[in-house]
Design a protein around this ligand. Structure first.
Ligand code: HEM
Ligand SMILES: *[C@@H]1O[C@H](CO)[C@@H](O)[C@H](O)[C@H]1NC(C)=O
Ligand SMILES: *[C@@H]1O[C@H](CO)[C@@H](O)[C@H](O)[C@H]1NC(C)=O
Ligand SMILES: *[C@@H]1O[C@H](CO)[C@@H](O)[C@H](O)[C@H]1NC(C)=O
Length: 429
């Protein structure tokens, strides 16, 4: 009830607030992820309209499938042939970065491109982006904001590097924006978000179409889509490694969908087929319950308030909700709350049953709910489906829970080292 109160019922009273926005402002400007009030509302309106369109979903499907076929599967194939240890979390982060850059502004940073010894390529844009995100998040660690502000003022240490990284990211985005604006506008609205924002704000005389405004939206989207799905996928494969019966059920479901839609072995699944994957949907959601990528999130209280449970909240207080802890509450999930049980998400007919976002806040809820939820599921389900049908993933040290690394998202410290073995074709498992 308290979470619903913050997310929805008294939404206006719990914005992100100046402290958070200040910390991320150099990097994100006033992009959708880092603004409140009217500034946020106009972006949200345009973005949610675009995210409701089938054309954007098709574009997402297309880019995901290409990245899987041209990069992910060949990489795992080589890893399997050479019996090489690879870091699955790193691979998924590269996948997600390539993918979200394609969706955001049709740019391919090629982070998942590799050579014959499985060495992955480096992209200066991706590197600068990651550094800017790292160092921006580090500012939250200063107990007193004026400390990082002083460092920034005198351009010292990490603030110097942050400034450089941000300017690399911004210059890069700006170049794409200016060249796109001057290019042919035919068919523009049917692809990436940048084109859609240019078209949809074109007839507007305000500054909504300014280059900086567009840049900030794009950077916000890249940040939001960058290491969320990869975090979930890394935890997914770690959990799966000690649950062979869950893997068997996923494989069985995929097999029956292939039969139902008369698909040959290893043909890519399309959107309709993916919607049939109820058990896989449940398994992925169960991972998000136990390891929500956005584990903690905070808001600021604008006016004195009383929560539904009677807690008094004073103006200016931080209000934090903890999705990680909520996923492990007996009161919400029952006594088996710390076990990985995909079945809890299924009804008697085996259909996925959604949970209220106020009990399961992995994607937030209310007016500021995650916009990329469907895109995230498309990405995660496509990847899992392709990988489990073709490969056995042998997680090194799977009996020990990987250490958590909490920044804007919760990842695994040291990555997820695995060995990959190709399954025998038409194996009868
Ligand atoms: C498993 C994957 C994902 C999870 C768990 C997730 C979770 C979240 C959460 C918790 C928020 C609220 C953050 C806050 O307000 O402080 C959020 C916001 C957002 N997410 Fe996601 N997200 C995921 C993937 C994506 C993807 C792939 C995209 C698309 C590019 C995306 C786009 C956004 C955007 C634009 C917002 C800001 C919405 C707003 O403030 O109005 N997310 N997400
Ligand atoms: C792969 O390498 C590991 C350790 O380096 C070794 O234990 C294993 O037997 C190798 N597997 C194959 C199929 O060569
Ligand atoms: C791949 O990386 C390894 C270790 O960093 C290096 O020794 C090797 O030369 C690289 N291979 C190629 C083809 O660049
Ligand atoms: C960002 O932080 C992570 C986790 O501490 C680290 O592994 C990574 O190397 C950092 N990236 C950059 C570009 O600084």
């Amino acid at each position: 009830m308290n979470v619903e109160h913050i997310f929805k019922t008294n939404f206006e009273n719990y914005p992100k607030g100046d402290w958070i926005i200040d910390v991320l402002h150099d990097f994100l400007g006033s992009g959708i992820f880092n603004s409140d009030g009217e500034l946020w509302k106009v972006q949200r309106k345009t973005a949610s309209f675009e995210f409701s369109k089938r054309s954007l979903r098709n574009f997402v499907m297309e880019t995901v499938q290409q990245e899987i076929q041209n990069r992910l599967l060949p990489l795992l194939q080589i890893a399997s042939e050479t019996n090489k240890t690879v870091d699955l979390q790193d691979i998924f982060e590269r996948f997600a970065f390539d993918n979200v850059c394609m969706i955001a502004f049709n740019h391919d940073p090629s982070c998942l491109v590799f050579d014959s010894s499985c060495n992955l390529s480096s992209s200066p844009f991706a590197f600068a982006f990651e550094r800017a995100a790292n160092l921006s998040a580090e500012r939250f660690r200063y107990a007193l904001p004026f400390l990082w502000k002083i460092k920034k003022l005198f351009n010292l240490g990490s603030e110097t590097i942050l400034r450089q990284s941000i300017s690399t990211v911004h210059d890069f985005a700006m170049n794409i924006i200016t060249s796109r604006k001057s290019s042919n506008k035919e068919n523009m609205q049917d692809t990436d978000l940048l084109s859609r924002f240019i078209v949809s704000t074109n007839n507007d005389n305000s500054n909504k179409n300014s280059d900086e405004f567009l840049r900030d939206i794009i950077v916000s989207f890249i940040l939001a889509g960058r290491d969320t799905t990869s975090s979930a996928l890394a935890w997914f494969f770690w959990l799966l490694s000690s649950k062979p019966q869950v893997e068997q059920k996923i494989i069985r479901e995929l097999k029956s969908i292939r039969t139902q839609f008369q698909k040959g072995p290893f043909e890519m699944f399309d959107y309709e087929e993916m919607r049939e994957m109820q058990y896989l949907h449940a398994a992925v959601t169960e991972v998000l319950r136990l390891y929500p990528p956005v584990a903690l999130d905070a808001r600021v209280c604008m006016e004195d308030d009383v929560m539904p449970d009677g807690t008094v909240v004073k103006k200016g207080c931080f209000v934090t909700y903890n999705a990680y802890a909520m996923g492990r509450l007996v009161g919400i999930w029952g006594r088996d709350c710390s076990s990985f049980v995909p079945e809890r998400w299924l009804d008697e007919k085996g259909m996925f049953r959604a949970e209220s976002p106020y009990r399961f806040p992995a994607f937030h809820g209310g007016p500021r709910m995650c916009l990329g939820k469907e895109m995230a599921y498309i990405q995660m389900k496509s990847i899992v489906a392709c990988v489990v049908e073709r490969f056995d993933i042998d997680v090194l040290g799977k009996d020990k829970c990987p250490d958590h690394l909490l920044s804007l998202t919760m990842r695994m410290k040291g990555g997820l080292p695995v060995r990959v073995r190709e399954k025998k074709i038409n194996g009868q498992d």
